[in-house]
Design a protein around this ligand. Structure first.
Ligand SMILES: [Zn+2]
Length: 218
């Protein structure tokens, strides 16, 4: 009798060990999969970390109406239940220029009004690169909007071949080259050109590891 019990408990012990082992294996697998995903995202120019937040309908139509002004307007967004709502804005001329009066925060926006170039200025990109926090810069134009995102703490694999323009100190000249190309492919930066936009995104995404650009048509 005692012998039988012993065998039984031994068997139980074994199956339990097996369960623990397979659990461990599963969690290991999950970990390496997510690591692989973030690397793949970096390689493809996807956004790692936080999800991309879209804009609340009322805020978006408010900003689109601002595009008719010739003045630049800039402001902040706040995250309300996963959608971005306007959280303060400044008109050009009110404070010297269109100024981000509360400094650099996570969600910033500004407009490129009707008649101006709809791609990003060199300064738009350099400003995002120069700030240490995670920043999402939304730029509204007459055709759609850009989201430029920089995560200065993101991990990247240098073996993937992405060069760092910050480390090389050549961001400004590279951006100017990319912008010049877009200027000519988009009727002086004023005519909608989807192929041009796609190429522009590709070039900006390859400028600096962890810097990402997206475009949304209205
Ligand atoms: Zn701008």
């Amino acid at each position: 009798m005692r012998k039988k019990q012993k065998i039984k408990s031994k068997r139980k012990y074994k199956t339990e060990r097996r369960k623990i082992k397979s659990k461990r294996r599963k969690s290991k697998r999950r970990k390496s999969k997510s690591k692989r995903k973030s690397r793949l995202q970096n390689m493809l120019g996807g956004f790692p970390g936080d999800p991309i937040l879209l804009i609340d309908d009322n805020s978006l139509s408010y900003i689109i109406r601002l595009l008719d002004n010739s003045k630049e307007v800039c402001g902040y967004f706040k995250d309300i239940d996963g959608k971005l709502q306007i959280d303060g804005l400044t008109y050009e001329g009110e404070n010297d220029n269109c100024r981000h009066y509360r400094g650099y925060q996570k969600y910033m926006w500004h407009i490129h009004p009707k008649g101006s170039k709809y791609y990003l200025s060199t300064k738009d990109i350099i400003n995002v690169l120069n700030h240490e926090n995670w920043i999402y810069s939304y730029v509204f134009t007459i055709y759609g909007y850009w989201i430029l995102y920089y995560d200065d703490k993101c991990e990247y694999n240098p073996l993937l071949g992405k060069k760092s323009c910050v480390e090389l100190g050549i961001c400004e000249e590279l951006i100017e080259e990319i912008n010049n190309e877009f200027y000519f492919s988009s009727g002086n930066g004023r005519v909608y050109n989807k192929a041009g936009i796609d190429k522009y995104i590709d070039l900006i995404n390859n400028l600096q590891p962890c810097l990402y650009l997206r475009w949304y048509d209205y």
